[in-house]
Design a protein around this ligand. Structure first.
Ligand SMILES: [Zn+2]
Length: 451
C-alpha cells in the first residue's frame, strides 16, 4: 500500500511541483513530505509551501509567533484504511497586531477530524444509519459522531417553520419509564414534529402558543387534536378562542384499552377466587392475559388463532362479552363524516357502555361513557376532519422506538432534535437540501472543493 501511495504523491515529493495532484486540492498550501503506514493506518506528514496568511487582515506574514503540531483524521484514501494527517498550524506575528493561528479551508481550528470526514459522517447519519454503527464504521468515538450529528440536526431542526401548520396534534410521552414527561406538538397534515418541551403542564406548553403568536401564525390554526384525558382543552381555548378541539381515535382507543384492562382484571380474579377454582380455570385465566389487546383490535386484523382466543374470552367472561362490540362502535363514530350520524352513533355507544356498567356494577365503563358525553363536540368533529389516526399512532411509535434505542442520550436537547428529525414532514423534508460533500461545521456550512 505504501508503494502505491508513494507513486501517487511522487510528483509532490519531487522538487519541481510542476504537476498538480489531488493533494493540492485537499491540502492547499501544503505538500506531503513523508508517508508512514502501520497496519491499516496511513500517516501523511505535510509541510507548508507558503507563508501563512493573517486570519485578521489577510496579509501574507513571514514572521511566525509559534507553531503547533496537529494530527487530524481525514477521509480515507482507500476504503479499508484510516488516514491521519500531521501538519503544523502557525501563529502569525502580523503587522496589524494579530497574533492568531492561520486558518485552513479543509479543517477547523481545534477539530480532530477534517471537514471532508465530517461531511461523510453527516451523510451516513442522514441515511438513518444508527449513531453507534457510524462510529464503528468510520472508526471514531460515539461522542465525536454525536457532536457532528447534533450540529447538523440543530441546523435543520432547532427552529421549524410554523407557517404551514393548520391542524395540530398535541401528545405527551414519558421520558423515562413512568417518570418525567415531555410534550410534542405535531402538524398532523404534514406528519411533522413542530415543537417539543419537557413537562406536560399548561405552563410548559404555553411557550408554543407564544411562538405561534410571534411568528404571526396563530390565526392559521384551525384544529388541535389531543387526548380526552388531558387538561389542555381550556388552555387551547384561552390561546385560540375559535380553535376546534378534536379527540383523536388513537387516544380514545388507548383510554378504552384501560377500561378493558380493568375488566380483564375483574374477570381474572373472579375465575381464580379460591385455590380450587384457580386450578380448574387455569386455562381460562391464561387466556385472559392481554385480553384488552385482542378486544380493541379490528376483527379483520386478528389471526385465526387470535380469533379463536377472542371467541373463548367472550364465552368464558360475560363482562368481556358485553364490552366486546364497543371498540368497533367507537371506530365507526370516528369514521363518520356526517355530524348528525356521528352523534347518533356516539349515543348508542354510550348506552352500550352504561348497560354493561349497570349489569356488572362496573364503574370504569360508566366513567368512560361520561367522558365521551362531556367531549361530544370534539368527537363528532374528528370524523369531519377525516385525518387517519395512524398518523398520530405512527408518530407515537417512532418516539417510543427512539426512546428505546437512545437510552444513552443524557442530552435531552439532542433527543428532542432526533425526534424532530425522525418526523420531518412528508411535504418539505429539510434533509433533502443537503448534498454529498457538504457539512455543517461549528463555523457554519462547508462545501468540498470538488462539489
Ligand atoms: Zn494581519
Amino acid at each position: 500500500m505504501k508503494d502505491i501511495l508513494e507513486t501517487i504523491v511522487a510528483s509532490e515529493l519531487k522538487d519541481g511541483l510542476k504537476s498538480v495532484s489531488i493533494f493540492d486540492y485537499k491540502y492547499p498550501g501544503l505538500r506531503i513530505s513523508e508517508i508512514r503506514t502501520t497496519g491499516f493506518r496511513v500517516y501523511l506528514q505535510l509541510e507548508h509551501t507558503q507563508h501563512p496568511k493573517c486570519p485578521e487582515c489577510g496579509r501574507i506574514c513571514s514572521r511566525i509567533h509559534s507553531r503547533q503540531t496537529r494530527t487530524v483524521r481525514d477521509y480515507p484514501l482507500f476504503s479499508e484504511t484510516e488516514l491521519f494527517v500531521k501538519f503544523s498550524a502557525r501563529r502569525v506575528r502580523c503587522e496589524c497586531g494579530c497574533r492568531k493561528t492561520e486558518l485552513f479551508s479543509w479543517v477547523e481550528p481545534r477539530a480532530r477530524l477534517t471537514n471532508e470526514l465530517i461531511s461523510w459522517i453527516q451523510a451516513l447519519l442522514r441515511l438513518q444509519m444508527p449513531l453507534a454503527d457510524v462510529a464503528n464504521f468510520v472508526g471514531v468515538s460515539w461522542d465525536t459522531v454525536k457532536i457532528y450529528d447534533k450540529l447538523q440536526l440543530e441546523n435543520f431542526f432547532a427552529e421549524i417553520d410554523l407557517s404551514h401548520a393548520r391542524h395540530l396534534a398535541i401528545d405527551e410521552f414519558s421520558l423515562h419509564k413512568g417518570h418525567r414527561y415531555a410534550t410534542v406538538v405535531m402538524d398532523i397534515e404534514n406528519r411533522q414534529v413542530l415543537w417539543i418541551c419537557k413537562g406536560k403542564t399548561r405552563k410548559a406548553i404555553r411557550p408554543f402558543f407564544e411562538l405561534l403568536r410571534t411568528k404571526n401564525c396563530i390565526n392559521n390554526i384551525e384544529s388541535i387534536s389531543c387526548d380526552m384525558n388531558a387538561a389542555y382543552a381550556r388552555l387551547f381555548r384561552e390561546e385560540i378562542p375559535d380553535v376546534k378541539i378534536v379527540y383523536d381515535l388513537f387516544h380514545v382507543m388507548k383510554n378504552f384499552t384501560e377500561v378493558l384492562k380493568e375488566a380483564r382484571k375483574r374477570c381474572s380474579s373472579a375465575l381464580g377466587k379460591t385455590k380450587e377454582l384457580k386450578e380448574r380455570n387455569s386455562s381460562s385465566i391464561k387466556d385472559l392475559r392481554k385480553a384488552e389487546w385482542i378486544l380493541v383490535k379490528r376483527a379483520d386484523d386478528l389471526s385465526i388463532k387470535r380469533k379463536e382466543l377472542l371467541d373463548r374470552l367472550v364465552e368464558d367472561n360475560a363482562l368481556l362479552a358485553a364490552l366486546a362490540p364497543i371498540a368497533q362502535a367507537i371506530r365507526e363514530i370516528w369514521a363518520c363524516k356526517l355530524p348528525a350520524k356521528a352523534s347518533e352513533l356516539l349515543t348508542k355507544t354510550r348506552l352500550l357502555l352504561l348497560e354493561s356498567a349497570k349489569r356488572f356494577d362496573f364503574a370504569p365503563a360508566k366513567r368512560f361513557a361520561a367522558m365521551l358525553s362531556r367531549r361530544m363536540e370534539g368527537i363528532v368533529y374528528a370524523g369531519q376532519l377525516g385525518f387517519s389516526t395512524n398518523r398520530l399512532e405512527g408518530a407515537n411509535n417512532k418516539i417510543k422506538t427512539l426512546r428505546r434505542t437512545s437510552y444513552g442520550f443524557r442530552d435531552i436537547e439532542y433527543f428532542f432534535l432526533r425526534i424532530k428529525a425522525a418526523l420531518p414532514g412528508i411535504k418539505r423534508n429539510p434533509w433533502m437540501d443537503m448534498k454529498r460533500g457538504t457539512a455543517i461545521l461549528k463555523s457554519g456550512f462547508w462545501r468540498a472543493t470538488f462539489t
